[in-house]
Every structure is written in C-alpha cells, then in structure tokens.
Write a protein that binds this ligand. Structure first.
Ligand code: GDP
Length: 376
C-alpha cells in the first residue's frame, strides 16, 4: 500500500489534520517500555532498522505481531503533531481497528501520593503472573507545567517495566486535554491490536482529567486514603460518583484499622449515590499496594463487573457510546477552535460583548449575530 492517498474518497484532503495542531510535540522516543532503552536496539524483531520510517503495512504487521519496537513507533506516529504523519497514523489505526476492543480498560485515579504507581505495579505483576498482557498508559494534561510526565513513569514501576508481558507508556506531552486524550485513546487501540488484554490508564485525581479517563474506560477505580480531611472528601464526592470501586490503599500496619473504618464510611456514603454503571453497585474495599494484600480481591471484583455488565449489555453499550462521544468531542473541539479563530467573528466580538454587558443586546441575539458572521 502506498503511504499517501490511502484515505477513502469521501474524506476531504487534509481532513482531520487540524486535530494535530492544537497540542505540543509528542513524545519522541525512549518511552517505549522496552527494558534497558530503545536506542540500544537498532533493529526490530523483523529486522527493520529503527530509525527508518516504516510503511503503513510494516506498522500494521509489526503491531499485530506484538513487536515492541514497532508498537512504540506506531504510538509515536499517532502522537506526532506533524501533518504529514497524521494521515499515515490514521491509516495505520484504520487497519488495526478490526483487531481492537478485546481487553478490559481500567482507569485508575487518586490524589498524588495515594499509591497509584505502587498499586499499578502490584496489580500489573499480579496479572502478568496470570499470563495476562498488561499495558499501562497515562493521561496527564498537566505535564507541560511539570516539564515531563509524572504519570506512567517507568522509574516508578521498576519491576513491571522489566516484565516483557507488560508495556508502559507515559502520558503524551501535553497541550489541551482534548489533544492528550485523542493520543491516549489511539495508543490504547494500538495496544489492544498488539494483544494487550488489560489496559490500565492512570490519571491524577485533580482537575478534569478523571472525567476524561472515565469516558475512555470500562471500569473506573478510585484510590483513596483513610483519614483524609473533610474538605478533601468534599472534592472527592464528584469523582466518587464516577467510580465503579473505591479502594482504600495503605491498609497495612497501624493504618489497617483506620482503613477499615474509612471503607465502612465510604460504603455508607455510596449508599446514597447513583451507581456509575447501570446494574452495578459501587463499593469500597481496602488494599495494601505495598504488601499486595487485596490486589487479587479487587481483580476479582473487576472480573465480576465485566461478567455482569457483559451479560446485561451495559459493557458494549458504554463502549459504543464512548466511541460516538469521542467522535463528537473532536467535532466540537474543531468547531470551537474554528469559531474563535475566525477573522470575521474576531472583528465584531468585542463590540458584541460590550453591548451584551451594557444591556443593549439580548444574549440570544448576540449569539445569532456571531454565528451568522461565522457562517458568513
Ligand atoms: P502516587 O503518587 O499516587 O503514584 O503514589 P506512589 O505509588 O508513588 O506512592 C506514594 C508513597 O506511598 C510511596 O512512598 C509509596 O511507597 C507509599 N505507598 C504506596 N502504597 C502503599 C501501601 O499500600 N502501604 C504503605 N504503607 N505505603 C504505600
């Protein structure tokens, strides 16, 4: 297949390329989850030099064969903001799409320090021992601020990153949350096509990113601590409503009793909340990511969830809804950018805003004026 012109006829030239322009540069390399580092291996398993640009067919066959170098390169391709890479990345994805979906997608959130990376490492190792193939991804829209991702960092999951059954990919370099999300979703699809059957998506439990991660996973797990202050609990309430399970971590040593008490408190609070997933009762559990206590039990809960929601149809319905939501969120993002960067709109905006604020123009008329100018 040629590298160019692989779009269906009805797709306009350069369609979609605008989605690549709203984020900063993607991760360049060395984040491929390969033990040691990527650059020490000049050849992939298929004997393709790493630096040479692969063809679409080479990307697709390499990913399907589970070749780790090719997986990493395919992710770098879809993370790239270069317009030239966009068409190719989308064609690779289109060809991989029939091989995606065969996984359980688990979102993991919690405030910094709650033990997310310790938990993911413990859970990941537990699953690898059971012959699962685990991919760990991260959604971290704040990483431009912190200059480098703090999530999905291999150094924080040392044992797991050395396990060949696992693949760890840090958050794409940040920009808008929308840009990071698109990349993470596409990375998730690549990992599924490569045969990873458990996808763990890590995010921080502050800000908007947990809502975004909720919208891309099947099961959403909220890690908590015992004895956090009341204000903190208030912040968590909104996130608690998104969760399919609450897990009070660090239930070890002297903290075990407090963790059990917190679990009981959370269960009482959950009793009055609508469940995040139809037909499923969100409950609180305890674990110690450090000792591994409770890890097998939470995996069992996740399996029960999968079985129950698959049987009821809720599992597939959510995925279908998520995929369509994804389409429309990209459309919305594009329209918003296009509207606010429209020269005609820009030329009347200040006057229209002043007129609304001073009470000369009803908001509905103002909106109509701006839209007419845009549609011009
Ligand atoms: P993250 O910021 O949410 O990823 O949290 P980390 O996984 O980096 O953990 C923060 C700190 O809590 C580290 O010092 C961990 O060793 C510690 N920690 C994590 N899980 C446990 C646990 O189950 N028990 C105890 N006692 N400490 C833990």
């Amino acid at each position: 297949m040629s590298e160019k012109n692989h779009k269906p006829d009805w797709v306009p030239e350069n369609a979609g390329a605008e989605f690549t322009t709203s984020v900063m540069s993607g991760v360049d390399g060395g984040h491929d989850g390969i033990p040691g580092q990527a650059s020490s291996s000049p050849m992939s398993r298929q004997g393709i030099p790493r630096r040479r640009r692969l063809t679409v067919d080479e990307y697709v066959s390499g990913v399907l064969a589970g070749d780790r170098n090719t997986i990493a390169q395919a992710i770098t391709l879809v993370e790239s903001n270069a317009v030239a890479h966009f068409d190719m990345g989308q064609e690779v994805l289109r060809q991989l799409l029939p091989h995606t979906g065969n996984s359980i997608r688990i979102g993991i959130t919690g405030v910094p320090g709650v033990g997310k990376s310790t938990f993911i490492e413990a859970m990941g190792l537990h699953l690898c021992e059971q012959d699962h193939k685990v991919a760990v991804l991260a959604v971290d829209p704040s990483s431009t601020v912190t200059r480098g991702s703090i999530l999905g960092d291999k150094t924080r999951m040392e044992l797991l990153s050395r396990d060949l059954r696992a693949f760890i990919r840090p958050s794409p370099s940040s920009g808008t949350l929308g840009g990071v999300t698109r990349k993470s979703r596409e990375t998730m699809l690549i990992c599924e096509a490569a045969g990873f059957n458990v996808i763990l998506v890590e995010t921080v439990g502050v800000g908007q990113s947990e809502t975004t991660v909720r919208s891309m996973v099947d099961f959403f797990l909220l890690l908590m601590l015992a004895g956090a202050g009341d204000e903190l609990q208030g912040i968590k309430k909104g996130i608690m409503e998104l969760a399919d399970a609450l897990l009070v971590n660090k239930a070890d040593g002297d903290n075990r009793i407090r963790a059990n008490a917190a679990r009981a408190d959370y269960n009482r609070a959950l009793h009055y909340m609508a469940p995040a997933t139809e037909g499923w009762r969100t409950q609180a559990y305890t674990c110690s990511a450090m000792s591994g206590d409770g890890i097998a039990a939470i995996w069992k809960v996740i399996n029960e969830f999968r079985l129950l929601t698959t049987m009821s149809g809720a599992f597939d319905q959510r995925r279908q809804r998520q995929t369509l939501d994804w389409v429309y969120s990209m459309v919305e993002e594009h329209l918003r950018t296009s509207f606010f960067s429209h020269a005609g709109v820009g030329s009347i905006r200040t006057d229209v805003e002043c007129a609304v604020i001073e009470g000369h123009l009803p908001p509905t008329v103002a909106a109509q004026m701006l839209i007419r100018k845009y549609e011009g």
